[in-house]
Design a protein around this ligand. Structure first.
Ligand SMILES: [Zn+2]
Length: 456
């Protein structure tokens, strides 16, 4: 399973934090926990297809937690969805959605299965499928609020094929029975018990979504032994009073729940807009529970990376940028693109941002060598420091020193033509070892938290 935080703000969004929503990806389906404004756009940016949404779980009716719901439903309608959609939430969610649809005169093309949770429950299994279930429990907030736990059911143990063969088990039906935990009787009357060839069942992954709440025992129950606990941490301990007053948790509260529940990983979210530096909260939580991360919008978190190998592939090759010669094009790349031995009077050329199209200047320069070739690390117009040779950019000097007299002019014309005509003109270029142009390998670090992953 992959957890993708889509919005990590609390009630007030900031320029970089969106209203609450967390997506859980599992075997091609998406489960959405809360649906703040912008959740559907953040899904797109995260590479999650909206058509893959299986269920939406709303925690409570504070507007920031469901303000994106109608917009998302409208998009699904426009996409001509025909698959059923589960919408789970406190009692009233059905009325809210139906009233809105009615108000706009929309008849949905797909069926919605509403699961409404009454206020007096202790616990309710809101979804129960063959291979997973979702459980809801009331939390402790200013209004009725639900926390959720998504639990994969145990997977059957691995079959020892060699042993099965040695015992004479060959039929698919026999394997099925054994995997289901039943004993079988072979033709000669031998009884084979399931445990003889089927290993221990493997526990399923789990994820708990706990937002908005003060510390309460139900949070711990929801989070018990989960792979990932997503817990709100609206305030730091300094504002513990405010947290109580508003029915929220501090980062220490989140750590306390994680410790008591023995979760494997605590992910903090739902941050108050007042925190520009979230590491205050991280540090506080880690004092109580070390395996804690800050939720980072659109940055996927894997319940078990080894399960999900191959689902997302890195689009860029990450390089160690601390090594000067690793070939990242900002660093000059050890002369990769520099051509023809132009002497660089300033040395290194590492200050150039990127290399330009190789131009083969040498045959114009009349003696060459006096200026930096443009094929390499960039253009220097102030070449006065290099002496001798021709090839001055300054036309007069070029004449005077016997260099190429029309250097300046032709160069500029060339340049203009190149800029206007070449569709690839903005792309950086390199020469490879055979002196042929090639696109650089994308050995850059990702610029946003989502451009290093393919869609999944
Ligand atoms: Zn909230």
């Amino acid at each position: 399973m992959i957890v993708v935080p889509l919005g990590i703000a609390s009630a007030t969004p900031t320029a970089i934090r969106h209203l609450p929503a967390v997506a859980l990806w599992r075997e091609g389906s998406v489960f959405l926990f809360d649906c703040g404004e912008n959740a559907q756009m953040r899904m797109l940016q995260a590479g999650l297809k909206r058509s893959k949404i299986d269920s939406i779980f709303i925690s409570h009716f504070d507007v920031d937690h469901y303000s994106g719901l109608m917009g998302l439903i409208s998009t699904l309608q426009l996409q001509r969805r025909d698959k059923m959609l589960n919408i789970v939430g406190p009692k009233g969610i059905k009325e809210f959605v139906e009233w809105n649809l009615n108000f706009s005169g929309v008849t949905l093309s797909f069926e919605v299965n509403f699961v409404e949770v009454e206020e007096d429950i202790e616990e309710q299994r809101v979804l129960d499928e063959d291979d997973f279930y979702v459980e809801a429990r009331p939390l402790k907030h200013k209004r009725f609020c639900l926390g959720y736990r998504f639990q994969e059911k145990d997977k059957p143990g691995k079959v020892d094929a060699d042993k099965a063969a040695s015992l004479g088990i060959t039929e698919d039906d026999q394997f099925k029975e054994l995997k289901a935990g039943n004993d079988i009787t072979l033709e000669d009357g031998t009884v084979i018990e399931s445990y003889e060839i089927v290993g221990h069942p493997r526990p399923g992954d789990s994820f708990a979504y706990v937002s908005d709440t003060e510390y309460c025992p139900n949070s711990v129950k929801l989070a018990m032994n989960t792979n990932i606990l997503y817990h709100e941490a609206t305030f730091s301990n300094q504002l513990a009073d405010k947290a109580r007053e508003t029915g929220h948790s501090t980062a220490s509260d989140a750590a306390r729940v994680a410790t008591e529940a023995q979760t494997k990983l605590l992910v903090l979210g739902h941050f108050s807009a007042r925190y520009t530096n979230l590491h205050v909260l991280l540090k506080e939580a880690r004092d109580g529970f070390y395996p804690t991360w800050l939720a980072n919008e659109l940055r996927p978190i894997f319940t078990d990376p080894s399960h999900e190998r191959g689902i997302v592939e890195a689009k860029v090759e990450l390089k160690d940028l601390t090594k000067p010669d690793e070939g990242n094009y900002r660093g000059g790349g050890g002369g990769r693109g520099r051509s023809h031995g132009g002497r660089d009077s300033r040395g290194g050329g590492n200050r150039n941002f990127r290399s330009r199209k190789p131009r083969g200047r040498d045959d114009r320069g009349g003696g060459g060598g006096g200026y930096r070739s443009r094929g390499g690390g960039g253009v220097r117009y102030d070449n006065n420091r290099s002496s001798g040779g021709g090839g001055r950019y300054d036309n007069n000097r070029g004449d005077r020193y016997g260099g190429s007299s029309d250097y300046n002019r032709s160069d500029r014309n060339d340049d203009r033509r190149y800029k206007n005509d070449d569709p690839d003109r903005f792309k950086p270029r390199y020469k490879n070892d055979d002196n042929k142009e090639e696109m650089p390998k994308r050995s850059i670090s990702p610029r946003t938290s989502y451009d290093d992953f393919d869609r999944f």
